[in-house]
Design a protein around this ligand. Structure first.
Ligand code: AMP
Length: 279
C-alpha cells in the first residue's frame, strides 16, 4: 500500500494501474467506508482511497476543527482491506494560495442538506471534482447514506463529462439500525441509544408504503411522530422526495421516493436515508 501526500507523486503512482476505483473519504474509517473499498476492488481490481477533511464543505459554525481524525488507525484498516493507493493531501496541497475556482451544481443542491447547510455542496462538488481529476479513477464509489450527495455527484459527472463511472454502495448499519458514521463518536451512551430513532422513523414510513400509503405528507407525518417520541432528538427536516429531482412529493408514483432526514441528537446532527422503489 502506497501512502502519498502530493499530487505529482500520486499521478506517477496511479500510472501503474489501468482500472482503478476511488473511494473518497474524510477518514476516521468504519465498515461503511470499508464496504466501498471492497466493492471498488471487486469492480476494478485496484483501489485508491483519499482521506481529506475538506474545509470548504463545513460551515463556519460546523465541526471542521473537531471532526474526528485517526490516521494511524485508518492506515491499519486500509492495509488489511486491502488498498493499493492512499491519497492524504494537506489543505494547502488542495487549496494553495490563489485558489479561485468552485464547482456549483444548481437545483438539486438547493433543498434538504443544501438548504440547511449553505455552501456545503459547493465544497463537496469542488473537492470531488479535484479528486477525480487528480486520481483519474475509472470508477468512483459513494455511499447511499449520503443520498443527496450521490445525486449532486452524479449530476456534476454528467454535466461536466467527467470520464468516471459513479457507483453507489448500500448503507452499512450497526446491528440496531444506526447508520455508521464517523460523527457517531460524538454521541454519549444515552444519545447513542436515542440515535436509532432515525432508522426507526425511516422504517415506519417504509412500512406505511408497504401497506399501500402513497401520500407524501402521510409518510412525513409518520416519520415526525416516531422522531417526536424520542426526547433526545430534535428534527431538522424529514423528506419524501423524488429520487432524481429531490423535490418533495405529494404522492409517491412510479419514480419511487427517497425518504431522508436530518436530526439533532443532543448537539450532534445525523442524517439518514432510505430509497423506496415500486414493490
Ligand atoms: P465520509 O468520510 O463521511 O465523507 O464518507 C465517505 C464515503 O463513505 C461517502 O461516499 C459516504 O456516503 C460513505 N459512507 C459513509 N458512511 C457510510 C455507511 N454507513 N454506509 C455506506 N457508505 C457510507
Amino acid at each position: 500500500m502506497q501512502v502519498i501526500e502530493t499530487i505529482g507523486d500520486f499521478r506517477r503512482a496511479r500510472a501503474a494501474f489501468g482500472r482503478l476505483g476511488l473511494v473518497p473519504t474524510m477518514g476516521y474509517l468504519h465498515e461503511g467506508h470499508l464496504s466501498l473499498v471492497r466493492q471498488a476492488r471487486a469492480t476494478c481490481g485496484a483501489v485508491a482511497v483519499s482521506i481529506f477533511v475538506n474545509p470548504t464543505q463545513f460551515g463556519p459554525q460546523e465541526d471542521f476543527a473537531t471532526y474526528p481524525r485517526d490516521t494511524e488507525r485508518d492506515m491499519r484498516l486500509l492495509r488489511s482491506a486491502p488498498t493499493d493507493l492512499v491519497f492524504v493531501p494537506t489543505v494547502s496541497t488542495m487549496y494553495p494560495q490563489g485558489f479561485a475556482s468552485l464547482v456549483e451544481v444548481a437545483g438539486v443542491t438547493e433543498v434538504l442538506e443544501g438548504a440547511a447547510r449553505p455552501g456545503h455542496f459547493r465544497g463537496v462538488a469542488t473537492v470531488v471534482c479535484k479528486l477525480l481529476n487528480i486520481v483519474q479513477p475509472t470508477h468512483a464509489f459513494f455511499g447511499q447514506k449520503d443520498a443527496q450527495q450521490v445525486v449532486v455527484i452524479q449530476t456534476m459527472v454528467r454535466d461536466l463529462n467527467l470520464p468516471t463511472e459513479v457507483v453507489v454502495g448500500p448503507t452499512v448499519r450497526e446491528p440496531d439500525g444506526l447508520a455508521m458514521s464517523s460523527r457517531n463518536t460524538y454521541l454519549s451512551p444515552p444519545e447513542r441509544q436515542a440515535a436509532t430513532v432515525l432508522y426507526r422513523a425511516l422504517v415506519a414510513a417504509q412500512q406505511r408504503y408497504a401497506q399501500g400509503v402513497r401520500e407524501g405528507e402521510a409518510m412525513r407525518q409518520t416519520m415526525h411522530q416516531v422522531l417526536d417520541r424520542e426526547p433526545l432528538a430534535r428534527t431538522d427536516y424529514v423528506s419524501v422526495a423524488d429520487p432524481r429531482t429531490l423535490q418533495e412529493l405529494d404522492a409517491v408514483g412510479d419514480q419511487g421516493a427517497l425518504l431522508s432526514m436530518a436530526v439533532f441528537i443532543g448537539t450532534t446532527r445525523l442524517i439518514d436515508a432510505l430509497l423506496l422503489s415500486e414493490p
